[in-house]
Design a protein around this ligand. Structure first.
Ligand code: XMP
Length: 515
């Protein structure tokens, strides 16, 4: 971890929020890493952390087998911040009392504080916080005092400033605690004394070092889709190990118009990466003929992808690692406020059982990162803006946007409409204001009139959303004239579409893709 300073360690007690905590710390320009709660004390010592954060978790401190760290952690002399379950652990392990509350406190609360220094400096006297806990602290351990309370929690924020131990019953890492990022920044800067020195440049140095250490002079195979994630992963790995990386790009026939050529141009011609282009269009489209059910489509596409990829890997000779541009949101679909297990909403084919099946080790250098961090990483690596700034595109591609039966003709119609939509968004200078824009071809037809003739053609739905991380999304408010231009162009220029809709569904309850 050269050049990134002493890290902040987030000890994970089973909360899905742990990564969000680590992310907030990194946003405060301090390097952070997540470790399991039972990480041996020697290992922690070796890291020489500047501070330790106990994450939340679904357990009760009184439950048998409740996850607890080695008590020797308190002898390290390192500042500690406990969050939710973490603060209850602090109280319980340091001699306070934690009891089951009569009622679970869940949702928004208002924190009033009377100590505007250190951990709570620059925080409003009253500020919104997000609560989600069953147990509560009923007696503080010696040395602690309350530095903030809510209507239901007298010990919502507590501190033993002398020993640099802090705790909050609420979740400072979530957006529903608007000043939570500031509190975490206060902890790492004011309490732990960290410099704001960590940035994407430091991440690159660290990631290159890690990749080289993990891979050595062995061979890496990377599935390149042309999307931001796999492109950045490929560029990063290529920078680390050069020609020992081979990328495989599978044209599944479900790509955007012109995409196959574009990706080959960028990676083969500009970046000089070993790129293996596989034209599997017929294979996929034949297998998808007459399939309309969304999960069935996804399974077929996912399975075929694995099949094609495996065949290609065998053809290329022995590879030791499989690299994937897996991000945090790919792994966990939704961060559940209760800390409970997240549900599989849709099967994402790019986080499947590929590597085990292929007997390869997995290399996922972006696994800890959120999308915006990956974009910054791509820029740091010199990838062009039209790659790093691109909207996300799902693995199953237009397959899940061609609602109903997938035929070559319908796909071509969809590609044309999609190209117009994206082009007009770019012309209007709105591309970067939108998280993702897409067109779905609907399985209905409608009557229209064109040049005095009755038409009975397909209907498409435009979708554009704003989002921070694809977990929630809102529909984009277009100036009406942009929608009008898109609609005119699609109806005039795209054969077989005579009606254009605009989708005004947020996520939840909708998802971003239709299938
Ligand atoms: P949903 O539709 O679930 O999508 O709101 C959330 C984000 O994930 C993308 N997505 C996928 N990405 N493989 C991917 O790589 C997939 O199978 C897949 N399905 C959805 C979607 O485009 C959006 O950005």
């Amino acid at each position: 971890m050269q050049g990134v300073g002493n890290p902040i360690v987030v000890l994970d007690f089973g909360a899905q929020y742990s990564k969000l905590i680590a992310r907030r710390v990194r946003e405060a320009k301090v390097y952070s890493l997540i470790l399991p709660f039972n990480t041996p004390i020697e290992e922690l010592k070796a890291l020489d952390p500047a501070g330790i954060i106990f994450s939340g978790g679904p357990a009760s401190v009184h439950a048998s087998g409740a996850p607890k760290p080695d008590p020797a952690i308190f002898d390290l002399g390192v500042p500690v911040l406990g969050i939710c379950y973490g603060v209850q652990l602090l109280a319980d392990m340091l001699g306070g009392k934690v009891e089951a509350a009569d009622e679970r406190e869940y949702g928004i609360a208002h924190l009033t504080h009377d100590d505007p220094t250190g951990f709570l400096s620059d925080i409003d006297a009253q500020t919104q916080v997000w609560m989600s806990h069953g147990d509560k602290i009923t007696q503080l351990p010696e040395g602690f005092k309350a530095i903030g309370h809510t209507e239901n929690s007298p010990y919502a924020a507590i501190a033993d400033a002398g020993n640099r131990r802090y705790g909050v019953q609420f979740h400072p890492e979530v957006v529903h605690t608007p000043q939570g990022a500031q509190m975490l920044s206060n902890f790492v800067h004011n309490v732990c004394g960290c410099d704001a020195s960590w940035d994407m440049g430091s991440f690159v140095d660290m990631a290159l070092e890690e990749i080289r250490a993990q891979v050595g002079d062995r061979k890496v195979l990377c599935g390149l889709s042309g999307g931001v994630d796999s492109s950045v992963a490929a560029a990063l790995i290529h920078k680390a190990i050069g020609d020992n990386l081979t990328c495989v790009f599978v044209n599944n026939g479900l790509l955007r118009k012109g995409e196959a050529k574009f990706v080959q141009h960028v990676f083969r011609d500009n970046f000089h990466i070993n790129l293996d282009y596989v034209d599997a269009e017929d294979l996929f489209l034949d297998a998808l003929a007459d399939v309309s059910e969304p999960e069935q489509k996804r399974k077929i596409i996912g399975n075929l992808f694995v099949e094609v990829f495996e065949k290609e890997a065998t053809r290329l000779g022995h590879m030791d690692f499989l690299a994937q541009g897996t991000l945090y949101p790919d792994v966990i679909e939704s961060i559940s406020p209760s800390g409970g297990p997240s549900a599989t909403i849709k099967s994402h084919h790019n986080v499947g059982g590929l590597p085990e099946k292929m007997n390869m080790e997995l290399l996922e250098p972006l696994r800890e990162l959120f999308k915006d961090e990956v974009r910054n990483l791509g820029r740091e690596l010199g990838l062009p803006e039209n790659i790093v700034g691109r909207h996300p595109f799902p693995g199953p591609g237009l397959g899940v946007r061609c609602i109903g039966a997938i035929t070559r003709e319908r796909l071509s119609t969809l590609q044309d409409a999609d190209a117009i939509f994206i082009e007009e968004i770019q012309n209007a200078g709105l591309y970067d204001d939108i998280w993702q824009a897409l067109v779905c071809l609907l399985p209905v037809r409608s009557v229209g009139v064109q040049g005095d003739e009755r038409t009975y053609e397909e209907v498409c739905s435009l979708r554009a959303v704003t989002s921070e991380d694809a977990m929630t999304a809102d529909w984009f408010r277009f100036p009406p004239e942009v929608l009008q231009r898109v609609s005119n162009r699609i109806c005039n220029e795209v054969k077989h579409i005579n009606r254009v809709m605009y989708d005004v569904t947020s996520k939840p309850p909708g998802t971003i893709e239709w299938e």
